[in-house]
Design a protein around this ligand. Structure first.
Ligand code: VG1
Ligand code: CO
Length: 543
């Protein structure tokens, strides 16, 4: 079999965002587009001859085509072995698990996460390093730099590899091993959680509903909840992964997981509901007629960690992304452990976990995880909650209310303004930056501005600095408004407005977040001049 060396021209838009390169499928289908980016990865990571790579994606449209191209390119670039998920599918946390378990050099994950799929939808690709985590900014910047200078790529002239049965095939001198990642992943979960206690809970009439949203977690959820934990049939909904996610938007939040929300808020609601996203790294947790914010979920998980076998020894530290509420900080303080505030995106947690500084990490965007892998992990979070519920024998709502009574409530919400003209969105950010000095010390409604800045992070492990990570307006009582532009979208710009107010008074804990935050919401609109600059006074999505 021949290695072909194809000459190519650089594309200038291959800059990875918050989580890899995400573009419309039509963009990826342009001749050489995917190949250029894959070769840029290979040229930047300096894998030794014969190295092993993990490979898989969330199963969305174009996954199969892309997997075949990447396999042939890996063979032509000197890899010795590639571990591929059956059918070319791996959830993002399972990919991280595979990289770590088989100690591969790294992995390529094909996913646009919660973005819609299908021929008119989105596609994405990212590289994860040997620790199982998303490549650091230093690596993604090197890949981007290479993509702007690339002149050729290497690909093996060979027929497609069969990927639907477990087994091995040779592709030139490279071995392609199709693996059963579901069982690797389920085994890891079984090593962390008290499956016997959860099995008892589910056998005792406790009802759960997990919505896989026709995305990648279906087979993992069936194996874990149905086969290993004995959940009754019907506990896992939409379990068959589809290339277009059934036309849905596989984002587990109150807006897009509406069927699940309706079930949990309806008559005869189950005790517990959960959902995961396109690539299986996000989670939403619901109790009967009760929504747990992701920020609160991280805090509750941290406060209850020692109830779970894998975390019985305690938590070394917690990390949360900057826009995530400070609920976890209060738990860290009570436990006398460090709490780190990082920029948005899981790639910033890897160094902290590798150095043993943190055990648990979380983001307000429905992402929670621990050092068992180096990605956020949707099913892990669901199992963590089930384990806590089995140990405490209380409802989700009463666990969260008790938590608030003890630590106070960090009332929280995120308002997304999607599909804004890019210039208008950047104009809002520029305008806010220009207001920093004028705003300091100013009283707005019941709040007084303590300071404003553009968040910058210095990694405590490698000293790298990441600037421009979000505009913060911090008030004297700890309440905050944060503005940042999304780095995962593929159309126009999305402005995210994060709102947080601390409430110690238990008698106000029952308030709906939008009511409790009304003042801050008004201030955010006023200060940002959003209506004037972008023609919007209402968000597209509220989480
Ligand atoms: C969003 C979230 C961020 C998350 C990222 C990837 O990024 O806000 O917290 O890490 O998605 O998650 P952005 O730049 O659009 O705000 V996933 O599940 O899309 O890989
Ligand atoms: Co995701």
């Amino acid at each position: 079999m021949n290695v072909r060396i194809i000459s190519t021209q650089p594309f200038l838009d291959q800059k990875p965002g918050t989580s890899g390169l995400r573009k419309k499928v039509a963009v990826f289908r342009q001749p050489h587009y995917l190949e250029n980016f894959v070769q840029s990865i290979f040229d930047s990571i300096a894998a030794p001859q014969g190295a092993t790579l993990a490979l898989g994606g969330d199963g969305r449209y174009y996954n199969r085509t892309a997997i075949q191209i990447i396999l042939k390119m890996a063979a032509a670039n000197g890899f010795g072995r590639v571990l591929v998920g059956k059918g070319g599918i791996l959830s993002t946390p399972a990919a991280s698990c595979v990289i770590r378990k088989y100690q591969t050099f790294g992995g390529i994950i094909l996913s646009a996460s919660h973005n819609p799929g299908g021929p008119d939808g989105d596609f994405g690709i990212k590289f994860n390093s040997g620790n199982g985590g998303p490549a650091t900014e230093t690596v993604t910047e090197a890949i981007f730099a290479r993509s702007k200078a690339i002149g050729e790529y290497r690909i093996l002239d060979a027929p497609d590899v069969a990927l639907d049965e477990i087994g091995e095939t040779m592709l030139g001198a490279m071995r392609v091993q199709v693996i059963d990642a579901v069982s690797d992943y389920a085994g890891l979960m079984e090593s962390l959680f008290d499956f016997a206690a959860i099995r008892n809970l589910l056998a005792g009439g406790f009802q759960m509903k997990f919505d896989a949203m026709h995305a990648v977690t279906g087979p993992y959820a069936q194996e874990i909840f149905t086969n290993r934990l004995g959940a009754p049939a019907g506990s896992v909904a939409n379990a068959v992964p589809l290339e277009d996610f059934g036309g849905g938007h596989p984002d587990p939040n109150l807006t897009y997981a509406h069927d699940l929300v309706e079930a949990l808020y309806g008559a005869d609601a189950p005790d517990f509901g959960a959902a995961s996203d396109g690539d299986g790294d996000r989670n939403m947790i619901l109790g009967r007629r009760f929504f747990v914010t992701p920020s609160d979920s991280l805090a509750v998980i941290a406060a209850n960690a020692t109830l779970v076998p894998g975390y019985r020894k305690g938590v070394a530290g917690i990390a949360r992304s900057m826009p995530t509420s400070a609920a976890a900080d209060r738990v860290a303080q009570a436990l006398n452990i460090p709490c780190f505030e990082t920029p948005t995106g899981w790639k910033f947690f890897g160094n902290l976990m590798d150095a043993g500084k943190v055990t648990l990490c979380g983001e307000e965007s429905f992402g929670t995880g621990s050092d068992h892998v180096r990605e956020k992990d949707g099913l892990w979070a669901v199992l963590f909650w089930l384990n806590i519920l089995a140990a405490r024998k209380q409802s989700v709502e009463s666990i969260v209310r008790e938590h608030w009574a003890k630590y106070g409530r960090n009332v929280y919400s995120r308002h997304d303004y999607e599909g804004l003209p890019t210039e208008a969105a950047q104009g809002v950010i520029q305008h806010l930056k220009g207001c920093f000095t004028d705003l300091a010390g100013v009283r707005l409604g019941q709040y007084t501005v303590k300071f404003c800045d553009d968040f910058s992070y210095t990694d405590p492990v490698d000293g790298s600095v990441s600037k421009g990570q979000g505009i913060r307006i911090i008030f004297t009582d700890g309440s905050r408004i944060v503005f940042r532009l999304s780095g995962t979208g593929t159309e126009g710009a999305t402005l995210r407005v994060y709102l947080e107010a601390y409430e110690a008074d238990t008698s106000r804990h029952h308030l709906d977040a939008q009511v409790a935050l009304a003042d801050l919401i008004r201030i955010a609109l006023q200060v940002s001049e959003l209506e004037l600059r972008a023609g919007r006074d209402k968000p597209t999505v509220i989480t």
